[in-house]
Write a protein that binds this ligand. Structure first.
Ligand code: ZN
Length: 187
């Protein structure tokens, strides 16, 4: 299992190797708990901090680091087109990605169905570096953000008709962010 120091050294190495040394100097922390469901890392752009889930097999930790570095290269973009292009570029450059990061495609959204998980993950990703902005987000803004980054029905009302759970998911995500902030404040 790689520790934060080793991952920090890999960050420097990958930054030179794959990003032309252009990424700012992020700190890398290995953390016990990541609030995002099903995600193994996150990129806190404002704090210039990348968090990697503790206990991952080395190849997953390394792939997650590269996933988060691609976020660092395109702050606030979530899993939008620039991020996807970055991931494909990394794969083609031979970066050690493993699935699902190794399988990113430009047309990842199939145009048919947005899942609750997709909606939530995208919001978490878009705002993980700025939780205060997420807490102020209206449902319309959240939908616009999702559709801009990922795709989906082009009007708010069409989106809500198809995915009436969007409001509840936004609420849940806000609750999670609030709890995370409380936790951080307690430390
Ligand atoms: Zn991500």
């Amino acid at each position: 299992v790689l520790n934060g120091k080793q991952l920090g050294a890999l960050f420097k190495q990958f930054n030179q190797q794959y990003f032309g040394g252009k990424l700012p100097a992020y700190r890398i922390h290995v953390v016990r708990r990541i609030t995002r469901v099903g995600e193994s890392g996150r990129c806190l752009e404002r704090r210039m901090l990348i968090e990697i889930q503790h206990g991952l097999p080395d190849e997953d930790a390394i792939s997650t680091l590269l996933h988060e570095m691609a976020h660092a290269a395109h702050p606030k973009g979530g899993h939008s087109m620039p991020w996807k292009k970055e991931m494909i570029r990394l794969r083609e450059a031979g970066a050690p990605l493993v699935p699902p990061d190794a399988r990113v495609r430009l047309d990842d959204w199939d145009g048919n169905r947005v899942t609750r998980r997709m909606f939530r993950t995208e919001l978490e990703d878009a705002f993980c570096g700025s939780p205060d902005d997420l807490l102020k987000l209206t449902l319309s803004q959240a939908i616009r953000c999702f559709v801009g980054n990922v795709g989906g029905p082009s009007t708010i009302s069409a989106f809500l008709k198809k995915y009436p759970w969007a409001g509840a998911v936004l609420k849940e995500t806000k609750k999670e962010f609030r709890e995370y902030q409380k936790q951080q404040a307690a430390h």
